[in-house]
Design a protein. Structure first.
Length: 490
């Protein structure tokens, strides 16, 4: 296994900067990619080379393989037209005129950082240092404090001078290193919720089926809504799949509910005992992701390695796009979201730097519905800056894939009426449509006498139900302390 598995460097340097990498040249730039990363050729309708897709992608119900080709053209938005159809973890590197442009997948789950000074991009700041040694920025102290507080660094910032993360929904002309927003919701609401539910469900099934047909079906199973939606959509292949749940301190309720689902519906289910990381393993994990993430997932490296299936595991990351993550009980703020309100909802402490970054990010969106702005914040901040970088931490060749991570699904979700999404109404409607019996087992709650085993979760549930803000805060404080011990990403 290479030192930096699944990573990429794009620079003017022709040599192999990554160990066990391949190098291809596009418009004077050299693309170093770890050999486990599939390379898909992009061609225009005349058969001319347009660029490459690097990563793992589903297109038209097929999981693309290394060496495949896709036909596409550049859309009026400035990116390949095919990007709306794709699902997975990937980047698109493509020619526009005499230049070259790059963008990430819909949620930035195969992320890139870039440096104008170095005229280079890389998967992580660690990989960027293989191009040239970097200097810490003046804001690095503040950013490290934010990292320790919330577990990730927002707005595409990094602790290195002149190095930023390319957010999803932006493309970058590499020669200018100026990110350009190519997508923001148009504000149009589709009142036909049933059609939207069916549209998302059809795409989930196509994506899940493609991954399973590619080799095998391994599905991460928890007690939450996103996992339940994936299970419902995977119903046609449920008998072929192996469902897995990490068993460790803090996941007892997930294990209890997953075992109940498996028993009731005849699923092949495996509990994977958590493998506690040694200090050096945690340090190696941080090195691979570029020291930008301190979430509980950072403790899962040895567990992922111990139970490596040598294939993708399907999970429910990104499902919260359809569940109003930052306005789950409705929106009652100002008509126009201000920078301080955005920071509060993201859990980021106010400072001149953060207020300025929040204002710049809001300005890039223009006039939008406040709820849609918060939805885009989930995609670009929570996914692009939190969920994405973790892909490089686990020393395995195949990353987890989310069937939700598709621009077509995000467009459908963001066009839903607001009252169809609060309080998990959309998620409930999707499960009812695909596999209604799954709702006989509660979401994130035990039932009957088993509630006594999970008293703290019950207290938290009732606190939220009655709007007891003070008790919720107390419970969140407890949960944060527990998260430091262990809690996998569902």
């Amino acid at each position: 296994m290479p030192l930096l598995p699944k990573q990429i460097i794009i620079s003017r340097r022709p040599e192999h900067l990554l160990d066990n990498s391949s190098v291809i040249e596009i418009c004077g730039y050299y693309v170093n990619s770890s050999r486990e990363v599939p390379v898909i050729n992009l061609r225009d309708p005349d058969g001319e080379n347009l660029g490459v897709l690097l990563g793992w992608a589903v297109q038209s119900s097929t999981l693309l393989q290394n060496g495949d080709s896709l036909e596409t053209r550049i859309s009026p938005d400035g990116i390949p037209e095919i990007s709306d159809e794709l699902c997975g973890r990937y980047i698109l590197l493509f020619k526009v005129g005499d230049g070259i442009r790059v963008c990430t997948d819909a949620g930035g789950l195969f992320p890139l950082v870039y440096s104008e000074k170095l005229d280079a991009l890389a998967s992580t700041t660690t990989a960027m240092e293989l191009v040239a040694k970097q200097r810490q920025s003046e804001a690095s102290g503040e950013l490290l404090d934010i990292l320790r507080l919330i577990g990730w660094i927002p707005f595409g910032l990094t602790t290195f001078e002149g190095v930023r993360r390319l957010l999803p929904n932006f493309y970058l002309d590499i020669s200018s290193s100026v990110p350009v927003r190519f997508y923001a919701p148009d504000g149009i609401i589709n009142p036909d919720t049933s059609a939207s539910v069916n549209g998302v469900l059809d795409r989930l099934r196509a994506n899940i089926g493609a991954i399973i047909r590619g080799n095998a079906g391994f599905v991460h199973l928890t007690g939450g809504w996103d996992s339940r939606m994936v299970l419902a959509a995977a119903r046609p292949w449920a008998s072929e799949c192996v469902f897995e749940t990490v068993a460790g301190r803090g996941t007892e309720l997930d294990c209890h509910l997953a075992a109940g689902l498996a028993s009731k519906y005849g699923l092949k289910h495996e509990l994977l005992p958590f493998v506690s990381p040694r200090q050096e393993e945690m340090e190696d994990w941080q090195y691979r992701v570029g020291y930008c993430l301190t979430d509980a997932v950072s403790r899962l490296g040895p567990t992922a390695r111990a139970y490596d299936r040598n294939y993708h595991c399907i999970n429910g990351v990104c499902g919260e796009v359809a569940r109003a993550y930052y306005w789950a009980r409705g929106y009652s703020g100002t008509e126009k979201i201000q920078p301080d309100e955005l920071l509060e909802r993201l859990g980021i402490p106010e400072s001149p730097l953060m207020l300025r970054e929040a204002d710049n990010w809001l300005s890039s969106l223009g006039e939008r519905r406040p709820t849609q702005i918060l939805d885009v914040a989930y995609i670009e901040q929570r996914l692009g800056c939190w969920a994405g970088p973790s892909v490089f931490g686990h020393k395995v060749a195949y990353p987890t894939l989310s069937p939700f991570n598709s621009r077509a699904i995000y467009r459908l979700a963001l066009a839903l009426p607001e009252d169809a999404r609060i309080n998990n109404r959309f998620a409930r409607a999707l499960v009812l449509q695909a596999w209604p019996e799954l709702l006989r087992i509660p979401i994130n709650r035990a039932e009957g006498i088993s509630k006594l085993r999970f008293a703290k979760q019950e207290l938290k549930y009732f606190a939220r139900a009655i709007g007891a803000k003070e008790l919720v805060t107390t419970m969140k404080g407890w949960k944060t302390r527990r998260l430091k011990l262990f809690r996998p990403v569902s």
